[in-house]
Design a protein around this ligand. Structure first.
Ligand code: 5RP
Length: 244
């Protein structure tokens, strides 16, 4: 089976978490696009949900499918976000932003009660960092910002090539928020919390692609079937015995 089939299987499973009347966040990327396509079918069949997209690309797809869209300004508290990822660990830590939408994705995820990630099994890693960490930066002062990223990353034990992402036109890639992205090939991020904290201290850095303790679960589809990797911080209140 191809990765696209696994992405679709994970997206199908994620539909189980969607309930009528929900306020949903819609992720970005090829896996999230599979979910949006399936959601579009449900909406056509009568499902009533309202959604906040995490990118212009997702907004365009959802609009074309007749999915009702809103903004975080009109709807600041979401029930559930379904999004993809570039990497995930067995404790549901993530690297996101390969598709360039990490800033809106993080804002939307933070505004939601739940974040559920869908992925094919090729995205699973022991340690984050094999996928170059995207760091979104303002366009002013790129060189100084890069130098500071190198410095703080070294302080968190991370060294590697840092390159300015280019678009298909070979010009610096510009995010939906008008920023650029540095892709940081650290290979292994042994202290993700400290790297996240250090990167946030660099003035030109807007956000980074580490999503730590944000995802409730990762729905993984692969040759061995579908598995749900739960965050160790997640509590299923339905499973707790009622107090006497
Ligand atoms: C976009 C993202 C995507 O979720 C991530 O890049 C995965 O994409 P795909 O599903 O196409 O592999 O973080 O910013």
């Amino acid at each position: 089976m191809a990765n696209d089939d696994y992405k679709r299987q994970a997206a199908e499973r994620a539909l189980n978490y969607v309930e009528p009347g929900m306020k949903l966040g819609l992720g970005t990327g090829s896996t999230a696009a599979q979910f949006v396509a399936l959601l579009g079918e449900k909406v056509k069949a009568g499902l009533d949900v309202v959604c906040v997209p995490t990118s212009e690309a997702t907004a365009a797809q959802a609009r074309a499918l007749g999915i009702k869209l809103t903004t975080l300004d009109d709807c600041p508290d979401l029930d559930l976000v379904i999004d993809g990822t570039d990497e995930f660990t067995n404790d549901a830590m993530l690297i996101k932003g390969g598709g360039g939408a990490l800033l809106r994705e993080k804002i939307v995820a933070a505004a939601s009660s739940r974040l559920i990630i869908i992925a094919d099994a090729s995205k699973r890693v022991e340690t984050l960092g094999k996928f170059p960490l995207p760091v979104e930066v303002v366009r002013f002062g790129l060189r100084s910002t890069k130098d500071m990223i190198i410095e703080v990353a070294a302080g968190a034990g991370c060294v590697g090539d840092i390159v300015l992402r280019l678009g298909p036109d070979k010009q610096p890639f510009v995010t939906d928020e008008g920023n650029n992205i540095f892709d940081c090939a650290f290979e292994a991020i042994d202290e993700p919390d400290s790297l996240d904290m250090m990167l946030k201290m660099v003035p030109g850095v807007v956000e980074n692609g580490l999503f730590l303790g944000m995802a409730e679960r990762v729905i993984v589809a692969g040759p061995d079937g579908i598995e749900e990797v739960e965050s160790p911080d997640y509590t299923d209140f339905d499973d707790l015995e009622e107090a006497p």
